[in-house]
Design a protein around this ligand. Structure first.
Ligand SMILES: [Zn+2]
Length: 263
């Protein structure tokens, strides 16, 4: 069993065929999919999917590259959405200095505002960080919140700093990329009990699916790579990372009739 902790079936890429995509995910042992919001409309769509589809959960948040022109009413709208059933985190939120679309100051204000929402609702956060390690760390240190660094691509020092804040580290298909030996080195060093798996689909398909639209069933390739790196059986890797996700996002609480059985 596996949990895709960061997926975007809420994006228009999947409008036509998301039921088939979910069936394929089930067929490879995916037991939960967290669809992550990147703005208000995609957050709403994530909630719609969570209400329709047993396997799906939602997170709500505004991605740093979409934070221009956010008003007080947008934050209150977001908080309203975050109170809906099956919303398990605030995200994705953070800092992105790579795309350079929004001024740093604006991104920072928005990141902090959304962390406050997470605090008020006792939800974890899903953090997007690109080329902003020191500033991201500074904010996380100041705030002290539960959460995960999504699509980890930093070095071992950054990984250690993240772990020391009590956060989880999540890997995508980029772990399987031929040239990404340095990321595999980092994964080797990090304890399994602090790791999560994700696809970030439709983006970042694993090596064998490059050029295609990514989807939750492809999580298995990243899982296989991580199992190989950690020297554990695939099944064990699935159990541990699913348990981690279940702990962080408190999934069992929301699904009383499903038994998440971990050994
Ligand atoms: Zn994402």
């Amino acid at each position: 069993m596996f949990i895709d902790t960061h997926s975007h079936l809420n994006f228009s890429d999947f409008n036509e065929d998301y039921p088939d995509v979910i069936e394929r995910a089930k067929s490879v042992g995916i037991i939960a999919i967290l669809n992550v919001g990147a703005d208000l409309p995609t957050s709403k769509r994530a909630i719609d999917l969570a209400q329709k589809e047993d396997l799906c959960y939602a997170t709500v948040g505004v991605h740093p590259t979409n934070t221009n022109n956010l008003k007080a009413k947008d934050y209150s709208g977001l908080e309203e959405l975050a109170r809906k059933k099956k919303v398990v985190a605030i995200g994705e939120i953070g800092l992105d200095y790579f795309h350079n679309k929004v001024a740093k100051e604006i991104q920072e204000v928005s990141f902090k505002q959304q962390i406050l929402i997470a605090e008020r609702l006792a939800l974890p956060v899903i953090i997007h960080n690109r080329d902003a390690n020191p500033d991201t760390l500074a904010i996380l240190k100041e705030k002290g919140i539960r959460g995960v660094m999504h699509c980890f691509s930093g070095d071992i020092n950054f990984a250690r700093a993240i772990l020391s804040l009590g956060l989880y580290i999540s890997f995508t298909g980029n772990l399987t990329y031929k040239k990404n030996e340095s990321l595999r080195e980092v994964a080797r060093e990090i304890p399994l009990r602090r790791m999560l798996l994700e696809t970030d689909c439709p983006y970042l398909p694993p090596q064998s699916k490059r050029g295609m639209r990514n989807e939750p069933s492809f999580l298995i390739y990243t899982a296989e790579e991580l199992a190989r790196i950690k020297g554990v059986a695939l099944e064990k890797l699935g159990e541990v990372t699913s348990k981690n996700a279940e702990d962080l996002f408190k999934l069992a609480r929301l699904k009383p009739r499903t038994t998440f059985s971990f050994t």
